[in-house]
Design a protein around this ligand. Structure first.
Ligand code: GDP
Ligand code: MG
Length: 601
């Protein structure tokens, strides 16, 4: 099949608007899979099927006969979620166009808007598709009107379908071929290959999902990465049809997979957006634009409840990281919780997907701290440091060496029915948001844009938004950089000793409320002891809140004293048995489960 009969496209849609269902249907129409056989071919990871979200970019090739000629169609399934923006934008860069899919009963939603602009800025041609027209609540004219007013897309070009029943789905591929341009590129030029995504295979090593922009690639050739400068011998090339199907060559314009022999060992070396070329052409070939190292924006510390579980937990963290180049892992040690790890994620969804996987395997035997974000410290010397561990945040409120403190902001897009506008504005302002835009795209549907501190977003903002709008609002966000902010470290002290795992950096306006919340919540979980226990929340030298736990009364104390020795012994024995985990903060013995309960949301 010649290059002018290739079409590379993806589907731009809000979550649940039917992207996976439609993909399956298209694969069936082209005979790539059997009808009803393999549902959701493109959602390969278990978590994707479970949560119904796409985390990794996948691709599937189809051959379709249109007006007597065979076309090679490559459908790229992109993550619908903004945490994976690098994957999304690289997938878009590898396509000539996209199907813009909208649920006829829901209309345009936040991710539709955000992904539309991303696709638009990559120069993609868009084919409007209205899905779920079988639903009684479907309102295709309204969806078409929104499409026109929001995206200036001509309703005359739209295809109305039901991906579920298959109604009119056959009209999509002819439209795709007519409206989306064929890729261009010279197969005889030196190789220029874009890495779109990758995954780990136990036998083959890292498998790369790639788009060839120029030249061609065959097994046996040696290619080099521009990002890492490492070189590899190509072991196999092929297309996903729907599974790995080897070919003798991949040419300019094609999307496919490659892996190496010997295999690539570390998923970290496969960087989304990286360009590869054949060894010898490094000087003549320009890398493709848009490569960025992924940066972690949400951090969580993980500790085993029982330190003897450490190895087991480490194994499962490593197993997950093996397939996810964007998680950063560093060792962490806490006085209160022992040895563990600090894990960094691209965003909140990325983080919660990972947490789910860990909890599935470890259940109650793992302690996860609430998510935190990195902060930037600008020193008087002009040097800047990004701090992701709150314990490393400068302590003293009067620290002379600090010139400025900054926290990360995101720009959020919220689509919602007009009746909830008051509640949502209240929620955003209550979370230190600054409104940047308010547009009505129909009489009843509104798009709000806010600049919001990322720290507020990770504090279950999405849950609160859903709550305020009965689930009708949708949310998307993008990085908006660091901004100057009044932030301080808040610590929990038990008899003056800081509980390091709990420290957080918070906005000054939240210091008092959070401090009071901390001490009263933590108090509930700490048992009375022989001496007074003082629980304090402090920022620098300022005590924000305080609670005391009175010791046992004197007379009881006398009697208890003898009993105490045996009680202690008993407790220690039980700890050995692993029923009750005790931890010391300074001279205070606290049950491990107190921390768990305290840290639980
Ligand atoms: P995705 O998140 O965009 O991949 O959406 P899915 O393909 O997973 O679909 C979300 C839900 O909508 C599933 O329960 C589908 O069965 C349902 N769905 C998809 N297309 C249609 C349709 O045309 N009609 C109806 N009634 N339901 C649909
Ligand atoms: Mg899906």
């Amino acid at each position: 099949i010649p290059i002018d009969r290739f079409r590379n496209f993806c589907i731009v849609a809000h979550v649940d608007h039917g992207k996976s269902t439609l993909s399956d249907r298209l694969l069936e129409i082209t005979g790539t899979i059997q009808a009803g056989s393999n549902k959701q071919v493109l959602d390969k990871l278990e978590v994707e099927r479970e949560r119904g979200i796409t985390v990794k970019a996948q691709t599937c090739s189809m051959i379709y006969n249109y007006q007597g000629e065979d076309y090679l169609l490559n459908l790229v399934d992109t993550p619908g979620h903004v945490d994976f923006r690098a994957e999304v934008s690289r997938s878009y860069a590898s396509c000539g166009g996209a199907l813009l899919l909208i649920d006829a009963s829901q209309g345009v939603q936040a991710q539709t808007v955000a992904n539309f602009y991303l696709a638009f800025s990559e120069g993609l041609r868009l084919v409007p598709i209205i899905n779920k027209i079988d639903l009684p609540s479907a309102d295709p004219p309204r969806a078409l009107e929104q499409m026109q007013s929001t995206f200036e897309l001509d309703p005359a070009n739209a295809v109305l379908v039901s991906a579920k029943t298959g109604l009119n789905v056959e009209a999509i591929l002819p439209q795709t071929i007519e409206q989306i341009p064929a890729p261009t590129g010279d197969s005889t030029a030196p190789l220029r290959l874009l890495l779109i995504d990758s995954w780990y295979d136990n036998f083959k090593g890292v498998i790369l999902l790639v788009r060839i922009f120029e030249g061609s690639i065959r097994p046996g050739e040696t290619i080099r990465s521009f990002a890492t400068n490492l070189k590899y011998i190509v072991g196999e090339v092929g297309i996903m049809y729907p599974d790995q199907t080897p070919l003798t060559v991949l040419r300019a314009g094609q999307l496919g997979y490659i892996y190496f022999n010997p295999g690539m060992k570390r998923i970290r070396d496969a960087k989304v957006g990286d360009t590869f070329t054949t060894v010898g052409n490094e000087k003549t070939v320009q890398p493709l634009p848009g490569f960025e190292e992924p940066k972690a924006m949400v951090f969580v510390a993980a500790f085993p409840v029982d330190q003897s579980d450490y190895g087991h937990l480490e194994d499962s963290i490593n197993a997950i990281v093996l397939n996810d180049r964007s998680v950063t892992v560093s060792k962490e040690s806490s006085e209160a919780l022992g040895a563990g790890w600090r894990l960094g994620f691209l965003g909140t969804l990325h983080c919660s997907v990972f947490e789910d996987r860990l909890r599935q395997e470890h259940g109650a035997s793992i302690i996860l701290t609430p998510p935190t974000v990195p902060f930037k410290v600008i020193w008087t010397t002009g040097k800047e440091t990004i701090i992701s561990n709150p314990n490393e945040f400068p302590d003293d409120d009067r620290n002379q060496k600090v010139a400025e403190l900054q926290e990360p902001y995101v720009s959020v897009t919220i689509a919602l029915p007009e009746e909830y506008i008051g509640k949502v504005i209240e929620l955003c302002e209550g979370n230190r948001g600054v409104q940047t835009k308010l547009t009505f795209f129909t009489a009843t549907q509104v798009v709000l844009k806010y600049d919001l501190p990322l720290a507020q977003l990770v504090d279950d903002f999405f849950g609160k938004l859903k709550g305020a709008t009965k689930g009708y609002a949708s949310l998307d966000y993008e990085d908006a950089g660091f901004r100057r902010s009044n932030i301080q470290k808040l610590q929990l002290l038990v008899n003056k000793v800081p509980v390091d795992a709990v420290s957080r950096v918070v906005h000054t306006s939240q210091l008092d409320r959070l401090g009071r919340e901390w001490v009263s919540k933590f108090k509930e979980h700490v048992d009375r002891q022989m001496f007074e226990i003082v629980i304090q929340a402090a920022s620098g030298r300022r005590i924000v809140a305080r609670e005391t736990i009175k010791p046992f009364r004197k007379d009881v104390l006398q009697k208890l004293h003898a009993a105490d020795v045996s009680r202690r012994k008993k407790l220690l024995e039980r700890q050995k048995e692993g029923r009750k985990k005790l931890r010391a903060v300074g001279n205070v013995i606290i049950e491990q489960k107190a921390f768990q309960a305290f840290l639980a949301k």
